[in-house]
Design a protein around this ligand. Structure first.
Ligand code: NDP
Length: 246
């Protein structure tokens, strides 16, 4: 039976590429969208036209109960989750001087609490079955910090600690836990940055002189999801065109 992969935020730029890649490799792919989002039907239809029969569930990943219910429903409808890609995320950039509590909390809840919320109902089953892959999509800005992103950088850095701690706990159980830290990838999240800032400030910092492609990140997710990656755990893999090397 094909493995089941749950990709949060699969209707976004990176998530879509991940869903397509995993489906092309034979995984049964399920994704989530924010409750109230209007794009699910259109997106599912577009994907169907391209030959991908994804299932999608409304789930607010920042909400513990919503995440539990989503996982319960996915496992009932599709089967036990073998691969969890914690990809959903947001930015609410502002300097620390302007940073208010709601925008701090929203980014922490959506980008970091979500990893706990989604992993919690999935992890025990992976351990019991002796096989699982948990892949957390962090960011270069969680490694090096970024101006105007105290909330985002803190949340994304927190994912690294979570990854390493959980990796230790499940290392002997056939479950790996890894983080991917993309640099700037050409999705809506990045294309929303004013083009002048992109061209004069961001792209010049990237030694390869270009944004990354969602498919390049998806390829890394596919590798970490595979049997071949069984010995890779607790790792943080950078994919950033040379922007940050550590
Ligand atoms: P997008 O904005 O294109 O997609 C983000 C996705 O997250 C959307 O599908 C959105 O769903 C979902 N999402 C947001 N909030 C919630 C929520 N509360 N509950 C459920 N789903 C939610 O971003 P990208 O594809 O560019 O980014 C994907 C991940 O990669 C993020 O974690 C981001 O931080 C990270 N990243 C991206 C980089 C880039 O350059 N693009 C660089 C480094 C990291 P909906 O629209 O339905 O709300």
């Amino acid at each position: 039976m094909a493995r089941v992969a749950l990709v949060t935020g699969g209707m976004g730029g990176l998530g879509e590429a991940v869903c397509i890649k995993l489906a092309a490799l034979g995984y049964r792919v399920v994704t989530t969208f924010s409750p109230g989002s209007k794009k699910a039907d259109t997106w599912l239809g577009t994907m169907r036209e391209q030959g991908f029969d994804f299932k999608a569930y409304a789930c607010d990943v920042s909400d513990y109960d919503s995440a539990q219910e989503c996982v319960r429903q996915v496992e009932k409808d599709v089967g036990p989750i073998d691969v969890l890609v914690n990809n959903a995320g947001i930015t609410r950039d502002m300097t620390f001087k302007k940073m208010d509590k709601p925008n701090w909390d929203l980014v922490m809840k959506t980008n970091l609490d979500s990893v706990f919320n989604m992993t919690k109902p999935v992890c025990d089953g992976m351990v019991e079955r002796g096989w699982g892959r948990i892949i957390n999509i962090s960011s270069v800005n969680g490694q090096k910090g970024a101006f105007g992103q105290t909330n985002y950088s803190a949340a994304k850095a927190g994912m690294h600690g979570f990854t390493k701690a959980l990796a230790l706990e499940v290392a002997r159980k056939g479950v790996t836990v890894n983080t991917i830290s993309p640099g700037y990838i050409g999705t809506k999240m990045v294309m929303d940055i004013p083009s002048e800032v992109l061209e004069t400030k961001i792209i010049p910092q990237i030694p390869m002189g270009r944004l990354g492609k969602p498919e390049e990140v998806a390829g890394l997710v596919a590798y970490l999801s595979s049997d071949e990656a069984a010995f890779v755990t607790g790792a943080n893999i950078a994919i950033n065109g040379g922007q940050h090397m550590s």
